[in-house]
Design a protein around this ligand. Structure first.
Ligand code: C5P
Length: 411
């Protein structure tokens, strides 16, 4: 289930030309099941009409501190108190300054002051205004108080200036919202998860390599699903064509040996490793320093040597929950069972190699000490959600964060 479903999100929109971009954010969150209340400042309404957000969220846009609801309860305070998250995007230098000063002279700043929900701010402004020491000091102060503030993107502004000040893409803001909600109430909050994805490139010479068709789609979806459940995610990705998720720590690698080094370092403090990468079993014994010329040769022999088996090399880490993948073209279950044993895994995800590598969908068979569960053919993002839920359920004692409110010292 999506982490935003049923959550009450307040979206504060302030006076920046980037205001039109968050219409898409309001729409996506609403379609995903969130209750989105939009608060617009007076300046925001000069850029985008309230009717746009009203139509997209199906709820009235709020802008007046003095418009008391019919029951007479002080609306501007109760709004913030019932929220799961306050997002301010785009946030102008002026709004950031007013938040840092603790002012509460409009509905948005009052709500920010009255809420105990996490606050996420996505600044957007002229690059000189962003870099100004006053703005930087305000941002540092808000961060110190626990507010999450995204870095604006670098690029061309509405006026003919290039610099850092653009609103991050709505997809990035959405990923940060999911991560923040996950860290507040997701079952993996406080846990560290390492995911590997993509393939590897084993160099033959400076321009050629041995590789495979892995797209990264499955591993990236797994990393996003772990992030949405509250985990701090390190995604170690070999070469891949898919778009990696935001709000995770992304480490890019080329070869199996690079991947082994990064996995060993990342798992030192991890609770869960999901090894989805299609790691090359062999690499050229030596990579030629110069581009290999064909000359008059009719044949070329490249001697291959074995790559280390990353999972098998960390079999001694019994405390770490370890999940492997087995993509096979035949005798799927036999090979998968053998790998579960030999690599010392807690679970292996068997799948048919030709159908799943590089594809949009996957049909997974989950195999662990308890037995075999076949899942239907699913789009990879949906399959990743199902996989994470199965892992959390099966290894709850080692992974699940305590229920909120049950962290008590009483016997
Ligand atoms: O042995 P095979 O490559 O089929 O095993 C697949 C599983 O082992 C995957 O989880 C893959 O990421 C992992 N693997 C590994 N090191 C290798 C090759 C595969 O950890 N050198």
């Amino acid at each position: 289930m999506s982490i935003v479903k049923g959550k009450h999100i307040i979206l504060g929109v302030t006076g920046s030309i980037a205001a039109y971009k968050v219409a898409e954010l309001a729409r996506n969150l609403t379609l995903d099941g969130a209750i989105v209340d939009v608060i617009m400042t007076a300046a925001a309404q000069r850029f985008v009409g309230a009717a746009t957000f009203q139509a997209l969220t199906g709820r009235p846009v709020l802008d007046d501190m003095w418009a008391l609801p019919e029951d007479g309860v002080v609306g501007h305070v109760s709004l913030g108190q019932h929220a799961d998250l306050l997002v301010i995007a785009p946030a102008t230098a002026n709004t950031i300054a007013r938040l840092a000063a603790g002012l509460c002279d409009d509905l948005l700043t009052t709500t920010a002051l009255a809420t105990s929900a996490p606050i996420l701010i996505a600044p957007a402004m002229n690059p000189h205004m962003y870099e100004h020491p006053a703005t930087q000091a305000n941002i540092a102060l808000l961060r110190q108080r626990g507010v999450t503030i995204l870095e604006p993107a670098y690029g061309r502004m509405a006026e003919p200036v290039i610099g850092r000040g653009r609103l991050p893409e709505p997809a990035i803001i959405e990923a940060e919202i999911r991560a923040l909600l996950g860290r507040t109430c997701g079952p993996l909050r406080g846990r560290r998860v390492v995911v590997t994805a993509g393939g590897t490139h084993e160099p033959i010479d400076p321009v050629r390599f041995i590789g495979n068709r892995a797209s990264g789609r499955m591993g990236y979806a797994i990393a996003a699903a772990a992030r949405d459940r509250g985990a701090s995610v390190t995604l170690i990705s070999g070469p891949a064509t898919a778009q990696p998720p935001a709000a995770v720590t992304l480490i890019r690698v080329e070869t199996a040996l690079d991947m082994q080094r990064e996995v060993v370092s990342a798992i030192a403090s991890a609770d869960l490793l999901i090894m989805n990468a299609a790691v090359a079993d062999f690499r050229p014994a030596t990579a030629s320093e110069h581009k290999i010329k064909k000359g008059d040769d009719e044949e070329l022999t490249i001697r291959l040597v074995r790559n280390p088996d990353i999972l098998a090399s960390i079999a001694h880490r019994r405390d770490l929950v370890k999940i492997g993948f087995a993509a096979e073209t035949h005798d799927l279950l036999t090979y998968a069972h053998e790998k579960l044993e030999r690599k010392g895994l807690d679970m292996i995800v068997a799948n048919e190699a030709v159908a799943s590598i590089g594809a949009e969908d996957i049909q997974m068979i989950l195999i662990d000490a308890q037995g075999v569960e076949r899942l239907p053919q699913l789009p990879k993002p949906v399959a990743a959600e199902r996989l994470l839920d199965a892992i959390i359920e099966r290894f709850a004692a080692r992974l699940r964060a305590p229920e909120i409110g049950s962290m008590t010292t009483e016997e």
